[in-house]
Design a protein. Structure first.
Length: 145
């Protein structure tokens, strides 16, 4: 017996590209098990090095923006993943059926991040999302047995 539907995951960051990175990897690599959405607590910003690092990883973020976290998104979610300390501190009270995980990453928009630093953060976000996918695969395999 598999999942009845994909897990709905909201990746929440303060005001940076972390949530878009995670959403992109979730929807590209884990589309069989999850649907990711990017959300922010404040207006989204642009970091060209982040955009370049993600393009190198096979994800084009041009024209993509994380949406402001709202009640509808909270109701849609099965899991909220806070991506930085700002998101953790600003995350509102969640419905009782929504789980919360905190996977903090450095904020590439906090200062003059280099392309190499953005590539490293991109790789870390990808690895975390791949770990989430691996966990979902294990759960699905266990429910089949």
């Amino acid at each position: 017996m598999g999942y009845k539907r994909k897990a709905h995951i909201v990746f929440l960051s303060g005001a940076n590209k972390l949530s878009l990175m995670a959403e992109g990897f979730a929807n590209l690599l884990g589309k069989q098990w999850m649907e990711g959405r990017a959300a922010v607590l404040a207006a989204d910003s642009r970091n060209s090095f982040v955009m370049q690092a993600m393009a190198e990883a096979g994800l084009d973020l041009n024209g993509r923006h994380a949406q402001l976290l709202d009640e509808a998104l909270l109701q849609w979610a099965d899991l909220i993943v806070t991506m930085d300390d700002e998101a953790k501190a600003g995350c509102p009270h969640l419905p009782s059926v929504v789980q919360l995980r905190h996977y903090p990453f450095p904020d590439p928009d906090a200062g003059p991040a280099t392309l190499a630093e953005c590539r490293q953060i991109c790789d870390q976000v990808r690895a975390r999302v791949e770990g989430m996918i691996g966990g979902m695969k294990l759960l699905q395999n266990a429910s089949v047995e």
